[in-house]
Design a binder for this molecule. Sequence first.
Ligand code: DC
Length: 222
Amino acid sequence: MIVAIDGPAATGKSTSAKLVAQNLGFTYLDTGAMYRCVTLSVLRHNIDLSNNSALTQLLSDLNIEFGQKNGDVSVWLNGENVSAEIRQADVTNHVSAVSALASVREALVRIQRQIAANQNCVLEGRDIGTIVFPDAEIKFFLVADDRVRAERRQLDLKALGEDKSIEALIADIRRRDKLDSERDHSPLRKAEDAIEVDTTQLTINEQVDFMVNKVKSLTIGN
Ligand code: DC
């Protein structure tokens, strides 16, 4: 079974998707982390995004692995644990441009479909219900008020030792939403059959319970 969880940044997708997967005993796949790994690699190798051959080479050398320990998910890029580095501002500022490229999307979607083939999986991203798994058994689309999203992002950044004002974070979030939803390839949009969940007033537990109950009601045919 495939559970698709899409939506803009900082709507609580990652935290709730991880817990939904844990609760159901499904594999969890954070596809945003994969786009962040490619972005980190692009930045490290100083690759010009218009240089197709360099990009093709980078994608063919790419090996992304996920590890799970005590509820924490770590991401390994070509053998190196990059879980913290992919969350840093430099990667966040460039990830929309990198994830807008068709070659990057094709390569990562192929890997996502391979990982999720023949296993129960919760996939979290922007295009899971529309492009990666349009036939997913159940799809959620998370949304939330901009200010609340900025406050959540501020807390995440604090944990990484970064300080940023709410106003700057709202501007960042809006810029990224615009880029992600206006790009030509697989823009962020709600699938017609997705269940919209407004997380503005919800705690993480409430989001998780709502989604888990929906999945369970589907599997027992209610
Ligand atoms: O969820 P996140 O903030 O870690 O995602 C990082 C970026 O990757 C986001 O700005 C858009 C892109 N992304 C995407 O284009 N498609 C996905 N399935 C997941 C993420």
